[in-house]
Each structure stands twice: as structure tokens, then as C-alpha cells.
Design a protein around this ligand. Structure first.
Ligand code: BDR
Ligand code: CA
Length: 313
């Protein structure tokens, strides 16, 4: 079988970095057509720089990296340096990137790629606020029906929120964009906090990364060590959740995850619950299902896959 074509839309972020590394370590299954960057965890000049740093860390300087939207559709950017550090990739000391940023705007790349490739063959993998994807759908309404699948990290139901009591960060930063994407009609698979909070980097799992012994293994161990301090303090958990790699792991081994095909709507008005993913998990409305919302992950299987693949880089 030929590799699945994907576009990774991202705001690196240490967990975004691990998600990208997992994809780049799996060329037999995943063909990364491009990495499109968006403002989120840190401002755009840092997210596009971080994406290039990660490609070079993986030894893949030929991957195309694009800069996209530098602010949400209708709001001021909210960032997360309190989690990811000043650069967004705090932890390891990694060299400044030498590979060039692509001249094309990320949104144009998404539109042109979905038009150029056969319909139903390109999967979008958003790991940050949905600004780039929503802008592309707004500008080119013909592309949503051409998307094979959108597999995204965002939202929460049982875990409710991490940036506010009601909302998960990626959706909260640009709720209008999320609303456009969830109403787009494209097939959507969601990795919410309900799943990612079960994918915790314990000490043993981080030692497994470090024991790979390569620059990638050591850098991943240092990244997770950096951002776990925040989650350990906040949740009293054993380690940090690896949110975004759940997206790329799903593409490689969908059987690791279980969920429900349900309706999810985005709160775009209430100041109290802005960005909430109102998930009809119990199917108590007759609103039509618009996504598969995951609820569980085989965490041991997930970390086994991750460690085995990272060792290939
Ligand atoms: C999401 O927000 C970011 O901080 C992470 O990179 C992840 O995409 C988790 O809420
Ligand atoms: Ca992210």
C-alpha cells in the first residue's frame, strides 16, 4: 500500500515536535506533503522556526515548511509560554535551523495541494488552533469535500478544559475557526484531552526515549522533562500528557484508540464557556454526528509505537 498523504498543521510546542518526529519516522505509512505553521503555543515566527528545527533534528531538511496565519480569525492571540517556555521548544539545546522557509503562504499551500491531488487522498492533521484550515475552507469552499480526513488534537468532554475551566487550548484560541472546521462536512477524528490525559510520560517511558541514545531520543526526553513540570504541578500526575502525537499515532495504528461517532459543536459566544467543545457523548440530542470523538487510548501500545519509531530517526 502506498503511503498516506498528510499535511501537518502545527504550532510547535514540544508535543507538536514529537508528533512531527513520529510522522517523519514513518515514511512507509505517511508521506508528509508539507508542514503548515500557525500562531498558537507561541507567535508564528517561533512556530515556523521550531518546525524547521524539528525537521533538521529528524535529518529531514527537505520537508517543506510554510508559515500561515499569525492571529486567530476574530480575536487576539492567546499563547502558552507558561507551558512550553519562551521559545515554545524549551528543554533541549538545538541548533538554529538552516533550511529555508517556503515562500508560499500556508493557506495557499493547503488550497493548492487539495486541488492538485486526487480528491479524497489528502489527510489534514491539525495540532494547533484551526486558523489556517478554516481560512483555507473559507477562501476555497471547493476543498472541504476533497479532504480525505481531518485528524486533529483539540477539545475535551469529560476533562472539560485546560486553558479555562471549560475549554481546551487549541479550540479556545480560535473558536470561530474551530466552528468552521466542525461544520465543514469533512470527515473528522478528534483527539481530545480525554484521550491525551491518558497518554502520560511516566519516568520509565521517558527513560525509554533517552535510552534510544540518539540526538532525537535525547531531545525528546529533554522536551518532555521541560513541559511535564507544569502538568505535574497542575494535575498531580506522574508526567506530562503527549497530546499531539496521538494524532500521528492514530494514523499509524488506529486500533490503539476508541471513541464514538457523535455531534460536537463549538461555543463561540458565552464568555464563561468560550471554546468549549459541546460533545453529545450520550447522544441526548438529535443533532447529526459530525466527528469521531475519541475517549480512550491503549497507552502502553502508544508509547511502544512511539519509542520504536523515534529510534528509526
Ligand atoms: C494542545 O495545546 C497545546 O499547548 C499543545 O501543543 C496541544 O496541541 C493541548 O491542549
Ligand atoms: Ca499543538
Amino acid at each position: 500500500m502506498s503511503a498516506r498523504k498528510i499535511i501537518i498543521d502545527t504550532d510547535p510546542g514540544q508535543d507538536d515536535a514529537v508528533a512531527i518526529l513520529l510522522a517523519l519516522a514513518s515514511p512507509e505509512e505517511l508521506e508528509v506533503l508539507g508542514i503548515t505553521c500557525v500562531a498558537g503555543n507561541v507567535p508564528l515566527p517561533l512556530t515556523e522556526r521550531n518546525a524547521r528545527i524539528v525537521c533538521e533534528l529528524a535529518g529531514k531538511p527537505d520537508i517543506k515548511v510554510f508559515a500561515g496565519c499569525d492571529a486567530p480569525l476574530a480575536r487576539k492571540l492567546v499563547t502558552a509560554e507558561h507551558v512550553h517556555g519562551k521559545t515554545g521548544l524549551d528543554g533541549p539545546t538545538l541548533p538554529a535551523p538552516t533550511m529555508a522557509l517556503q515562500p508560499e503562504h500556508a493557506v495557499d499551500f493547503i488550497i493548492n495541494t487539495l486541488r492538485a491531488e486526487p480528491s479524497g487522498t489528502v489527510t489534514l492533521c491539525p495540532l494547533g488552533p484551526l486558523t489556517n484550515i478554516a481560512t483555507a475552507f473559507q477562501r476555497a469552499p471547493d476543498i472541504a469535500p476533497r479532504v480525505a480526513e481531518i485528524v486533529l488534537m483539540g477539545g475535551a468532554y469529560f476533562e472539560v478544559g485546560n486553558i479555562t475551566p471549560a475549554a481546551e487550548f487549541n479550540i479556545y484560541v480560535d473558536p470561530e475557526a474551530a466552528d468552521i472546521v466542525f461544520r465543514s462536512g469533512a470527515p473528522i477524528t478528534v483527539m481530545p484531552l480525554d484521550v491525551t490525559h491518558k497518554a502520560l510520560v511516566t519516568r520509565a517511558r521517558n527513560e525509554a526515549f533517552r535510552s534510544i541514545g540518539s540526538p532525537v531520543g535525547i531531545a525528546v526526553a529533554q522536551m518532555t522533562e521541560f513541559f511535564e513540570r507544569y502538568d505535574k504541578e497542575k494535575y498531580g500526575s506522574e508526567g506530562a500528557p503527549l497530546h499531539d502525537p496521538c494524532v500521528t499515532a492514530y494514523l499509524l495504528q488506529p486500533g490503539l484508540f476508541t471513541g464514538r461517532h457523535i455531534n460536537v459543536e463549538i461555543e463561540t459566544h458565552s464568555p464563561l464557556t468560550l471554546g468549549m467543545t459541546v460533545a453529545d457523548w450520550w447522544r441526548v440530542t438529535n443533532r447529526a454526528p459530525n466527528c469521531t470523538f475519541m475517549g480512550n487510548v491503549n497507552a502502553d501500545g502508544f508509547f511502544a509505537l512511539l519509542t520504536e519509531r523515534l529510534a528509526r530517526l
